[in-house]
Design a protein around this ligand. Sequence first.
Ligand SMILES: [Zn+2]
Length: 365
Amino acid sequence: MAQATRLKRELFSILSWRTEARAATLPPERSQRVRDRVGQLMRWARAHDSLPDLRQRAVVLCFHGVVGHRPDDDAECEHLPVGGFRQLLHVLQRSFRVIGLGELVACIREGRSPPARSAVITFDDGYANNVEVAAEELARLHMPWSEFLPAQFIETGAYQWIDEVRLLVHHGDRRELSLPHGEGVLTLDLTTATSRHEAVRTIHQWCRYVPDDVRREWLAALYAAYPAGLIEDLRGRFRSFAPMTWMQARQLKAAGVDVGSHSMTHTALGQQSLDAIRREVFGARAVLVSRLGEDSPHFSYPYGRAASLSPQTEAVLTEAGYRCALTLEQDSVRCDEVNLLRLPRLIVAPMVGRTIFGLWQRFVR
Ligand SMILES: [Zn+2]
């Protein structure tokens, strides 16, 4: 039996290594499809049962939206359909041990090993669908999880700017957009679904790290390129982008879900002045405490990549009493050497096979 497991592990290790080597030579969309297919094969073959019991290794998954059905595959492409969500949960239930973030943090702080193949489930951005769709699936499997709320969005009910960009780009009638960009002009082709996806990616890549006032001004120019009232109409039609209400957040807390802070305005903290970081961290905590009675000791960085992180931000988080802060640096957690204020996570792709493939990679590397 042990030999069969070893053989299985070796076979899938070779397959994953060869897949990665091939994916590296393909354009991004095709390489993702290749990983997705191999991930689905791994799910079908229960490959993860053969993973080694690395006691010092855990993985933290980061979900965003989960939807029952996706009426529009283009605008809603980042939401995970519930069927894929269930597939991934079954892999976790079968081959991993899902523990709460608090348990993982306690193990790391106390120098204990977490259970073999530990996985932690987290959600960023506070979409209402996390309560309406995902919560039920997780409760059925008795899986603990954490939700991270951008406080101001829950206060105001506003949609995230990138979701609004997606809605306008895919559902507005423009075939091209020309917008100011630094000293020049950025021209985006919107004639095909592929070029519209590319345009959203381009906007996301540069807009997320520019100062907030620059982004606001730039987005105002983008909104002005579309008929007045279109965005309100789209917000109404695409409720899958709506944030949860405080009532729903309290419902989660009452059900035992860990509800933490994802900052106040969802801005890249590493780019901000000390005063602004303090406003984002302490401001969000004050709102969470007043709305939910208490804040979790866990924090999640907006955007989560290098530009969102800084020693200054870590100092403010420590001062505010946070015990861990989650990034989106795509890695597993090496419990014996990790910085708790830079805990890496694996982002869950809308094509769930890709995540299943990624889970394998994170445990065998
Ligand atoms: Zn976020």
